[in-house]
Write a protein that binds this ligand. Sequence first.
Ligand SMILES: [Ca+2]
Length: 421
Amino acid sequence: MGDGDCLVWGWREGVVNRLRKWARSLLCCLCLLGFAVSVSAAPVSDRLFQEWLESFYGVAAEQGIKRATYDRAFAGVTAPDAEILKKAAYQPEFTTEIWDYLDARVNPRSVDDGRIMAGVYGKTLQEVEARFGVETSVLLAIWSMETSYGAALLRSHRLHYVPLALATLAYGDKRRQKFARTQLVATLEIVQSGDVTLDQLTGSWAGAMGHTQFIPTSYLAYGVDMDGDGRRDIWNSIPDALATAANLLHKNKWRTGKPWGYEVLMPQGGKRFKGETKTLAQWQKLGFSRPGGADFSGSEEKAELKMIAGDKGPGFLMLRNFFILKRYNNSDFYALAVGLLSDRLAGKKRMVQPWPRPAGSLSAEEKFELQELLKAKGFYSGGVDGRLGSNTKKGIVKFQTQQGIKPDGRPTQELIQALRR
Ligand SMILES: [Ca+2]
């Protein structure tokens, strides 16, 4: 998620206030959504797309989709969604470094909000933990990563009518055609099941749906009706969404009460073992240890040495649960962020070794401060979320231009010092 399209709330605003707004905005968003969906389904008609849609019914019918379901799902849909194709074609300008990725996701706000949600949904979280054996802190971390505890679902421009989004990708995006066809059929199965009404069948441009961002096939495989109303509603029911996430981990053999892995201090030359798997006892024998001298629990457990920021960064010994988190999203960055955030929410110690940030770069807290300062001085009007995207960059350039500094848009220590003056 970038900046500029953030929520209306500010960083310093009371968190309780934010929660109240959250509930209010959710209501107004749900009203707006019905409107947005009907508007986006009525662009200029496209005959080739309509022919494709008609021919795709054959594929859907083979999977048991009834004609009435199909017609209902695509009522009023006459053309692909150009915005979806634009989003699908987007290539990020820069690769994200792990420290920037973590700053935007494991920060004082995600920790504070998680603690509030732990209070508000304490009973639900405990029930889900008891049923699926996935710790409350892990579920909260996933919810935060996926939609900032539901806040991202309020950004209506990020929500798309899933049948149209996937039909658009299946029709017009060569790279994702196979994925989109499979997901589209799964979406139609969801429509046919009656778990969700069409106006609520929204998701990301690539079809990730609800509070815990499940793609349709995963929803069908893992969806849970935790609140017992007869529908698996990951869009509106927090119990259903959290239980569905827990069920995914549970079915992939999540190990209750076990850590995801450990940050480790490495012995001289330890990086030559990068990518190797050994028991914790063997690692310990080689001189690997935990910061602060804490013990590894379960010395016979196997762990892989990962150096996520390369040879200059800290090492981690990753246990089974780390790889199970990757079943949710197959990315080391993702699984590490969930692990670190869940540790913070569980009151465990923070990472101690620094990331190899380039000289002069900003910490997570300073990134929030930078956006606040730019905003206060009128150079930036987006959200304060610690994610320095193109809108923040534009704000920096405006400030630099006004100050007669070289307008390179770079968020540095020098820049933040100039802004503080
Ligand atoms: Ca339900």
